[in-house]
Design a protein around this ligand. Sequence first.
Ligand SMILES: NC(=O)c1ccc[n+]([C@@H]2O[C@H](COP(=O)([O-])OP(=O)(O)OC[C@H]3O[C@@H](n4cnc5c(N)ncnc54)[C@H](OP(=O)(O)O)[C@@H]3O)[C@@H](O)[C@H]2O)c1
Length: 317
Amino acid sequence: MWLYLAALTGLFYIVRWYRERQVVSHLPDKYVFITGCDSGFGNLLARQLDARGLRVLAACLTEKGAKQLRGQTSNRLETVTLDVTKTDSVTSAAQWVKEHVGDRGLWGLVNNAGVSMPIAPNEWLTKEDFATVLDVNLLGLIDVTLNLLPLVRKARGRVVNVSSIMGRVSLCGGGYSISKYGVEAFSDSLRRELSYFGVKVSMIEPGYFKTGMTSVQRLIKNLQEIWNRAKPEIKQIYGEKFFAFYMKATELMEPQYWQDLPLVTDCMEHALIACHPRTRYSPGWDAKLLYLPMSYMPTFLVDALFYLGSPRPAKAL
Ligand SMILES: NC(=O)c1ccc[n+]([C@@H]2O[C@H](COP(=O)([O-])OP(=O)(O)OC[C@H]3O[C@@H](n4cnc5c(N)ncnc54)[C@H](OP(=O)(O)O)[C@@H]3O)[C@@H](O)[C@H]2O)c1
């Protein structure tokens, strides 16, 4: 019986491997629009797809980022400045894309732009802190998608939404996990709706990788600012010891970050050019071996693991 099971499992992986190796044709005619190309995954993906011969339309938050990217790529790659939180900026970028792709439509839309901060216990934060993150990571992503969907539908193309493993399990306060849970929900409903038109929707759920977003210096600076402005009552309830532990835990995260960013951009590329893209990609062993299994565990177990690794507030019962 075990032999049959092993043979079936082996067969499953061989068939899957074969299916996933097939790539769509006419790559040099395909346009891909990527948000958040100033740095990190977006920047690397833009360069990677450009080198592969696709027509990359790269959106950067700043002109400086756009100029730098143009300097590192072929002259087929074109840039536009885009702030995903501003609807005017989104509609004019969509118009720019339309002018470029013409009747061919847009093969790929990669919603990559994102921010993570502030990350802190929820009670230390304000509504605006949550809104800042949700505006970029969720509402911005939805706005860009809605504006570009007619072009993607025309090409029977792909939507690749960059979520996070924090969209599967919520371990820290602030808008980040909330926004990524939202991205998961939006992508799930979108995938089903667009399947009728031949459009495929994939989600990328990376573990922790070393990029500007996970810069420990920036996270610590931001955390310090939040603590400084916290109400005296909050400071009393949580206490300096709790804060110091939280800062230390943030610092200790850094050596655990993956540095191999192509692990993520290869998944994005696969979602764009494979004939049979996956619905979800979870690059990074922390995602595969820790966070994904956690997301399937009973809540009481995840809570127990969380308590094990967390400090107790000064006035905890
Ligand atoms: N790094 C990780 O461990 C990790 C893990 C899971 C998921 N992710 C996701 O991966 C995506 C890319 O992040 P990253 O790690 O590559 O970090 P990153 O280097 O900070 O890249 C994020 C990009 O988004 C841009 N951006 C920020 N606000 C924007 C706005 N309002 N409009 C348009 N663009 C904006 C940033 O521009 P500036 O550089 O000019 O600020 C930057 O280019 C994000 O969606 C993030 O949530 C990252």
